[in-house]
Design a protein around this ligand. Structure first.
Ligand code: FE2
Ligand code: FE2
Length: 326
């Protein structure tokens, strides 16, 4: 069998008779050889006709210009452009064998790239699966924490939903809105470590008991510390800082104003509102309007005024809406 049997090759050059001669030389070794001018557009058009060529042979030193024209981003896509000088002239048996080797090498490079792409994609999906599994575990933990002092078990999800609406209203981008939607339900993760006798106590807590409750922010943050996914980093900020106050009087770090991560300022409003309008062992439920008034009153002291503004803009339909926030 000839070295180039069945291999389609394009020969590009400005000298028509040289192109014809080269085509004949390659055809003698089994190639299906077509000629073209050395214009990249003409070569690309010729390549699109019929079987994709395995190589473009550039005559008369045109290979640089052809490579630049055919593969302007240098991505090594499409057929390799090979200068006739690289093959050795005349295009006889030696050149045909060399061409076959170059074509095979090019195909091998392409397959290697594909394989690298597959490996990289697998690594990404493994990381995603890890993060998803981690998130799932934490969700269950947050739910377990919540089950104890929320008889509808839906507080965490409602906080996630309202926080996402507030995040959008406060001007955060789509990506951050989605992260807030997923991360805010974890805000009270640390309550898992607070004893029932305190967490479920009806009526007022003693100062000491309140100090114990306050540890849930740091305990929860400790569970999430060092997480590698962006989602869990956002969750850590929310978990740690959702009880900070705009005026600096909150816990655990007494952060003030914009030093409090914005995602935590948002979660704080969503959390307090939802707790107010639902019943807890230690309190009755408030009307939506009374709770909204409480949020408004807290602007600039307990809450970030711009988040309260976003809250106000949502109105009663938004505050009580259920379902998926994007
Ligand atoms: Fe909390
Ligand atoms: Fe909460």
């Amino acid at each position: 069998m000839d070295a180039l049997t069945g291999t389609r090759v394009l020969v590009a050059g400005e000298d028509r008779s040289a192109v014809q001669l080269a085509c004949a030389g390659l055809a003698a070794h089994g190639a299906i050889a077509d000629g073209s001018s050395a214009d990249p557009g003409a070569v690309a058009a010729a390549a699109r006709k019929g079987e994709p060529p395995a190589a473009v042979i550039a005559l008369g030193g045109t290979e640089q210009a052809l490579r630049a024209g055919l593969d302007p981003l240098g991505l090594d896509v499409g057929p390799p452009v090979i200068g006739a000088d690289e093959l050795g002239t005349p295009l006889g048996a030696v050149a045909a064998r060399r061409l076959r080797t170059l074509v095979q090498l090019h195909a091998l490079r392409g397959r290697t790239r594909e394989l690298e792409g597959v490996i990289a994609a697998q690594a990404v999906s493994r990381r995603r699966e890890n993060a998803a599994a981690q998130l799932d575990g934490l969700r269950r933990l947050a739910l377990a924490a919540e089950y104890r002092d929320d008889n509808t078990h839906e507080h965490t999800q409602r906080v996630g939903h309202l926080a996402a609406l507030l995040a959008r209203g406060a001007g955060l981008g789509d990506r951050m809105v989605r992260l807030v939607r997923e991360a805010a339900p974890l805000h009270d993760l640390g309550k898992i470590a607070i004893p029932d006798s305190i967490l479920l106590k009806p009526g007022r807590l003693s100062d000491e008991e309140y100090e114990v409750v306050k540890t849930h922010a740091l305990l929860g943050a400790r569970v999430l510390a060092g997480a590698e996914s962006e989602l869990l980093e956002v969750a850590e900020r929310i978990v740690r800082h959702h009880h900070e106050r705009w005026d600096g009087g909150g816990y655990p770090d007494s952060l003030e104003g914009e030093d409090i991560p914005v995602v935590a300022r948002i979660a704080a409003v969503a959390d307090v509102f939802d707790v107010l309008v639902h019943e807890r062992p230690y309190k009755d439920s408030w009307s939506v309007e009374a709770a909204a008034e409480e949020i408004r009153k807290g602007a600039g002291t307990q809450f970030d005024p711009s988040v309260v503004e976003a809250f106000d803009e949502l109105g009663p339909d938004g505050w009580r809406s259920d379902g998926e926030a994007g």
